[in-house]
Write a protein that binds this ligand. Structure first.
Ligand code: NAP
Length: 294
């Protein structure tokens, strides 16, 4: 259960920054941790929220890259973002993109970085290749669609039918309704699959890959290793790499340049964090859910 209450303001230690939080991005990990699905390594009292944007209130010893008053965004190392103040390592922050407000900036770090890492580091996606993004309208998916298009890839977006017009507006080249039969022309036509949806019913994704293709999952899905071997495709391991200022700066550049747009599904006040979690748990968000603190 979530409770809204007063706690002391934390202090920035060495190489850390105290951020006056303006907005917090919501990720499925927030309610997965809260409901115990992420195991017992998170102890009470626990403040949710990893993705934050805000203004630097003070800096700890050794921090030279940020100054009080800077507008920043980034990701905490141990949650705590759903608060007026949070401490973040300087290496997990960057200057906020000037072209977006604090709500949009808070939506970006974890989802943008996850999409980037899955497509370009794990998937090694190259210009001219075809990528299928399952869950293309979600927090990670809608950013992955745009990053893949920016790279020069052909993008097939998979979602339910209500998201088809939205995804074509976002730049996909072809659409697959994951509730219908897979169109024959999609079979064995894809170099890389990014699966953001996972679950029990994702076996069909293996049929979309060319021999030698790679499936990159960012969440658990039931893919048969026998069928993957028969189709000569690989299913990669889920990875959760550490965000850095350099990655955030790449995302900032694309946002400021207009190549990466952030869709905001809904915004909730801090007191209604529980409602924001409920919305995320519905798995129906189009783009990102954000909590406004200031
Ligand atoms: N957010 C992150 O930064 C992050 C990082 C690492 C891992 N992950 C994991 O990755 C997963 C996705 O995260 P997210 O933030 O993108 O989630 P999300 O925003 O909650 O995803 C919502 C989207 O999922 C789609 N969806 C739901 N069921 C689907 C299905 N069976 N097949 C295809 N699409 C489906 C929905 O589209 P329709 O309404 O059209 O069905 C909706 O647009 C989560 O399990 C999360 O724990 C997320």
């Amino acid at each position: 259960m979530l409770r809204y209450e007063e706690v002391p303001i934390p202090a920035a230690g060495k190489d850390e920054v105290l951020v006056r939080v303006h907005a917090v991005g919501v990720n499925p990990g927030d309610w997965q941790i809260r409901s115990g699905l992420a195991g017992d390594r998170f102890r009470l009292p626990y403040i949710p929220g990893w993705d934050v944007s805000g203004v630097v209130a003070s800096v700890g010893a050794g921090v030279t890259s940020f100054h009080p008053g800077d507008a920043v965004y980034g990701m905490t190392v141990n949650s705590g973002g759903c608060a007026e103040y949070v401490v973040v390592p300087a290496g997990n922050l960057a200057l906020k993109p000037q072209s977006v407000d604090f709500v949009e900036a808070a939506a970006l770090p974890q989802s943008g970085f996850t999409a980037w890492h899955a497509l370009f580091v794990q998937g090694k996606l190259e210009k001219g290749q075809t990528v299928l993004i399952n869950g293309a309208a979600g927090g990670v998916g809608h950013l992955a669609v745009q990053l893949a298009r920016w790279k020069g890839a052909r993008v097939i977006g998979a979602a339910s039918a209500r998201n088809e017009p939205y995804l074509f507006d976002l730049g996909i080249n072809a659409f697959v309704d994951y509730t219908s039969i897979l169109p024959a022309e999609i079979e064995q036509s894809v170099d890389i699959v990014l699966d953001t949806a996972g679950g029990e019913k994702v076996e069909w994704l293996l049929n979309t890959l060319k021999p030698g293709g790679r499936l990159v999952p960012i969440t658990w899905g039931r893919y048969s290793s026998d069928n993957a071997a028969k189709a000569s495709v690989t299913v990669q391991e889920i990875q959760y790499p550490q965000i850095t200022t350099a990655y955030l700066d790449e995302l900032t550049r694309l946002v400021n340049g207009g190549q990466l747009n952030i869709t905001i599904d809904s915004v909730f006040p801090l007191e209604e964090t529980a409602k924001a979690h409920e919305k995320s748990e519905s798995r129906r968000a189009r783009g990102k859910i954000v909590i406004r603190v200031l």
